[in-house]
Design a protein around this ligand. Sequence first.
Ligand SMILES: Cc1cc2nc3c(=O)[nH]c(=O)nc-3n(C[C@H](O)[C@H](O)[C@H](O)COP(=O)(O)OP(=O)(O)OC[C@H]3O[C@@H](n4cnc5c(N)ncnc54)[C@H](O)[C@@H]3O)c2cc1C
Length: 382
Amino acid sequence: MNHKMYDVIVVGAGPAGLNAARLLAGKGLEVLIIEAKEEVGKGVICTGIIGRETFEKFDVSHESIIQSIQKVKLISPLGTSIFYNHPFPFAYIVDREEFDNYLLELAMKNGAEIKLKHRVINVSVEKDWVEIGCKHTEGELRTYRGKVLILATGIEYELNKKLGLGYPARFLKAAQKYSRCNSNEYVTLLLGNKIAKGGFGWIVPVGNDMARVGLMTEGNPKIGFKHIIEKYLQEEEYKDLQLKPIAQGVVSKTFRERVLAVGEAAGQVKTTTGGGVYFGLLCSEIASTTILEAFKDGNFSKKKFSTYEKQWKSKIAGEIRTGYIVRNFCGRLSDHQMERVFNIIQSDGFFDYIAKNADFDWHGKFLLGFLKKISYFLNLLH
Ligand SMILES: Cc1cc2nc3c(=O)[nH]c(=O)nc-3n(C[C@H](O)[C@H](O)[C@H](O)COP(=O)(O)OP(=O)(O)OC[C@H]3O[C@@H](n4cnc5c(N)ncnc54)[C@H](O)[C@@H]3O)c2cc1C
């Protein structure tokens, strides 16, 4: 038994947990990060597309940027291509391992400790602390105590359940692998029910004629991926395909006394694209502010921590809900209806609308306007 009392224990060393750790350690709190993997960022399944705003708003690694995104090619279910060139680079493709390790470096510079190869399997909330039980990869059991616990465990929800916290009711299935590609110029998005019902596929070049190729779908990702291989890739096999679910929808309870959940553990993920890094960073900042106030007041009650949920929901719950409705609407379109949408986009000044209104991280307002325009034209065509 380790009797040291930490101020904050963060479980999960992804962007959300690491950002919270660095902010709290930076304010003088004693922070312990617990991570199941043997290295931070190792084997992370992510396309690594991060919007400009993240680099402007947060202290994140510019060194992790592989290239910028300005040109996008959309391919319709029946094979029509739309080429879109945004007025400026609106997002970047990053190396997630480097991105996450930079945040770790900052957290450790601020005094945070990390225990790798520790999987938290038990958790109990006591009157004056939270206790976690971890299994080391070599089999040893270890216990740690902290006054506050942050759950930043991504897509793994066992601890949410043990603590009586909420977890997402719905998921999309995603798959990705590295593959050879023809074009290093465009990020290609692939639509259609065969490839990705209710979602989309992607070919994201990362240099040297290689790309991160993947999809998120309501259907079977392996079948969707087979279609991508057949139509768009030079490789004919899909070994090394990595599968992972993506959380969808607003989670109902992300706090209790002494505990907060952040990042994908709290469902803080865009329901349109499946991107979770930006919302995770944003909400971990809100979590840190709540925790610092709790330490100032010596109050770790459920009521005190409820302000976290109020604040993060007032910022992004509307986005999550709107994104979900719009993506669902698109998922119900047949391939022929989608083809009609493509024709409308090409012919009716939609590019101007996109260039003026689209925002990589905030989709709600843009999407509602876009849907209104599209519905108008689809009705005319009926
Ligand atoms: C195919 C695919 C592509 C994606 N592409 C993008 C993209 O381009 N842009 C984007 O913004 N997002 C993308 N995402 C989503 C993004 O990867 C996640 O939303 C993001 O990583 C969530 O960050 P997090 O910090 O909440 O959790 P994570 O990054 O998942 O980190 C959680 C950490 O917790 C650890 N952990 C879990 N349980 C325990 C435990 N019990 N004990 C100890 N440690 C534990 C895990 O090992 C992990 O390291 C993609 C997702 C998928 C599946």
